[in-house]
Design a protein around this ligand. Structure first.
Ligand SMILES: [Zn+2]
Ligand SMILES: [Zn+2]
Length: 247
């Protein structure tokens, strides 16, 4: 089970992000000239259901009909195909959907971690931002955020080229604690761990998002200052604590 601790003290256990999908994204007139925002929303839903949940979707399930302008647009661009009632992503559609989901979830991370946006506004704002976070820009944002693997709701962020490439130029703002220099200080942005026990251990020690943290030593273990307390953890745990540097 994947556990994510993010912002304040909200814990999501294998988050049911199916319902996190933007429902009321209006057309923000984004700079993506090729695909309309409405069509992008459909691609996102298709990605969530087909790729992430390994399930299927029909036009009816999408609340759409043949002849609807978004459906026609996606068919014309060769991004979806209709097999009977079922809507399938073409390989090009899959790539496009992957990019859209990535931009949406990166926008959420940006709003939550860097701009400190309140939870209630994140969904609404990220709906608008994803269309503006056009290709290329997402790689800089991803790098600044430390190539996050999950959105604030715990849904996976598909990797970009930047996540695989070392030495990407943009300056990172969020780093795993394990990559900080001695005496570097920041605020805990979020904690991401595959193991619930580790997360519970950290919480029991008072390690929470929003707290100021300073790295004291890197060897033989990672020792950090949190308020009046000094805590030692191994590298594995230090890699799970993501810190927003104070700049
Ligand atoms: Zn999300
Ligand atoms: Zn990246």
């Amino acid at each position: 089970m994947e556990v994510v601790l993010f912002r304040e003290d909200v814990i999501c256990l294998d988050v049911q992000y199916a319902d996190m999908r933007p429902r009321n994204c209006e057309n923000s007139g984004g700079i993506n000239m090729k695909i309309s925002d409405e069509a992008e929303e459909i691609l996102e839903e298709l990605w969530t259901v087909i790729v992430e949940k390994k399930s299927t979707l029909t036009l009816k399930g999408l609340d759409l009909e043949k002849g609807d302008k978004e459906v026609e647009e996606l068919l014309r661009l060769d991004l979806i195909e209709l097999i009977g009632e079922e809507v399938k992503l073409t390989s090009e559609g899959r790539e496009e959907a992957r990019g859209t989901i990535r931009r949406h979830r990166l926008a959420e991370r940006l709003l939550a971690d860097i701009l400190d946006t309140k939870d209630t506004y994140i969904e609404e704002m990220s709906c608008k931002m994803e269309h503006a976070l056009y290709k290329g820009v997402d790689e800089s944002i991803c790098t600044i955020l430390g190539h996050p693997r999950v959105c604030p709701h715990g849904a996976p962020i598909p990797k970009g080229r930047c996540c695989r490439k070392a030495g990407w130029k943009a300056k990172r703002v969020v780093h795993p604690l394990s990559e900080l220099d001695v005496e570097q200080m920041g605020k805990i942005a979020y904690i991401h761990s595959q193991e619930p026990e580790k997360l519970q251990k950290l919480m029991a020690m008072g390690v929470m998002p929003g707290m100021t943290i300073t790295l004291i030593t890197r060897f033989p273990s990672f020792v950090f200052q949190l308020g009046q307390t000094q805590i030692a953890v191994d590298k594995e745990i230090a890699q799970d604590i993501y810190v927003r540097l104070v700049i």
